[in-house]
Design a protein around this ligand. Structure first.
Ligand SMILES: Cc1ncc(COP(=O)(O)O)c(C=O)c1O
Length: 389
């Protein structure tokens, strides 16, 4: 089958594609249709952080597949209850209301709707360089002109502020806002970690003015930064947070978690989804939580990520401006475009993605990468970027 020409002719084109057909994956590796093996630091924009076809997740999926696949939110499901009880063990105290969705953007939509409903206000504050998803509400709070331009005017009134600018927080967090939405590490924006003092200033100003704080953990959360939730490493707690990407082992999922003190937020009919909380994804997600907690994912991410960042910071290549990141969320900011280096990396057996408007090589490897994989990553980058001098 000519996969490339079928996809190119029959699917609307809104992604620039790489000339590679992925045939199978296992943990930190994928293989293309010719059988060539790659170390996967792309992981489908971070979705395979728990590894491709993680055996615990495959076992849970196989068992669930042979029972039932779809159960509406109007009925109970054992798989859903199992997920919720395991997931609640991964939640800080006080976070008790879980909204199940099918994607990150949907989780952001649920969080924005909840903030409007709780506060009775309609505007939001977000940050330059932020990314929260492609649906119109999530796009409204996304601080990147490239993604927004064609769809203006967007539905929500949103102001954008400089990310990490502590001095401006007090002036920008005004009493008319429903919420401030912020990523603990801007992923799509180029892997920019939030400063603890910035997050603390946001928390203080929002609290003082009755504004909610939404932290978007869709890319950074679930162990990747060395904590279960990245905000736990920043000394702040949101009112609402969103999660997604790796939770169900690569199956579509999005979650908004609201502090219990706000209650159920919506009346019946005000929110819902056909596929949300379906038993198949729930079984995968319950196993995902098992992997997270049982295999020490945050600790491994902190250790391996620390080692990887240190090793990459020693890269001597003219193209590299700086190496940034937390845990296994790593960005190599370049003086030039990342795209041609991503192509070089593919030739060297490594998959990665671009971020930061195309100027950053983003590495989101699975938690199970070994020391040898980190060495391979470093040597492939060294070759791709070219040695200095
Ligand atoms: C921080 C953040 N929020 C939201 C989203 C949107 O998630 P999804 O692509 O699952 O809709 C992403 C996706 O990259 C993200 O990184």
């Amino acid at each position: 089958m000519d996969v490339k020409s079928i996809e190119d002719s029959l699917m609307a084109r809104y992604y620039a594609k790489k000339p590679i057909t992925i045939d199978r994956g296992f943990m930190q590796y994928v293989w293309d249709s010719s059988g060539r093996k790659y170390l996967d630091a792309h992981t489908g924009f971070g979705a395979a952080f728990l590894g491709h076809r993680n055996p615990r997740i495959i076992k849970a999926l196989t068992e669930q597949m042979n029972r039932v696949i779809t159960v509406p939110l109007t009925m109970y499901s054992e798989a859903r209850a199992e997920f919720l009880s395991r997931f609640s063990a991964a939640l800080p105290a006080g976070f008790g209301k879980v909204f199940l969705q099918n994607s990150g953007a949907e989780a952001v939509e649920a969080a924005l709707k909840a903030a409007r409903k709780i506060t009775g206000r309609s505007s939001f504050l977000s940050f330059h360089g932020s990314f929260h998803g492609r649906t119109l509400g999530a796009l409204s709070v996304t601080g990147n002109e490239k993604y927004r331009r064609a769809f203006e005017p967007l539905p929500y009134p949103v102001r954008f502020a400089p990310f990490n600018s502590v001095d401006q927080v007090d002036k920008l967090v005004t009493e008319d806002l429903a919420a401030v939405i912020v990523e603990p590490v801007q992923g799509e924006g180029g892997v920019n970690p939030a400063k603890p003092e910035f997050m603390k200033a946001l928390r203080q100003a929002t609290e003082e003015r009755g504004v909610l704080l939404i932290i978007d953990e869709i890319q950074a959360g679930f162990g990747r930064t060395g904590r279960v939730w990245a905000f736990q490493g920043l000394g702040v707690e949101p009112d609402i947070f969103t999660a997604g990407k790796p939770i169900a082992g690569g199956l579509p999922i999005g979650i908004a978690v609201v502090k219990s003190k706000f209650g159920d937020v919506f009346e019946p009919g005000e929110h819902g989804s056909t596929f949300a909380g379906n038993p198949l994804v729930m079984a995968a997600a319950a196993a995902g939580v098992d992997v997270l907690m049982g295999e020490d994912v945050p600790r491994r991410a902190a250790e391996l990520g620390g080692r990887a960042i240190k090793s990459l910071q020693e890269l001597r290549a003219r193209a590299v401006l700086r190496v940034k990141g937390v845990g296994l969320m790593i960005g190599i900011e370049l003086r030039t475009r990342a795209e041609r280096y991503l192509d070089e990396l593919i030739k060297l057996g490594v998959l990665a993605s671009a971020a930061g408007g195309g100027s950053t090589i983003r590495l989101l490897p699975p938690f199970c990468v070994s020391d040898e994989d980190v060495d391979l990553l470093r040597s492939a980058l060294e070759t791709a970027l070219g040695r200095e001098g």
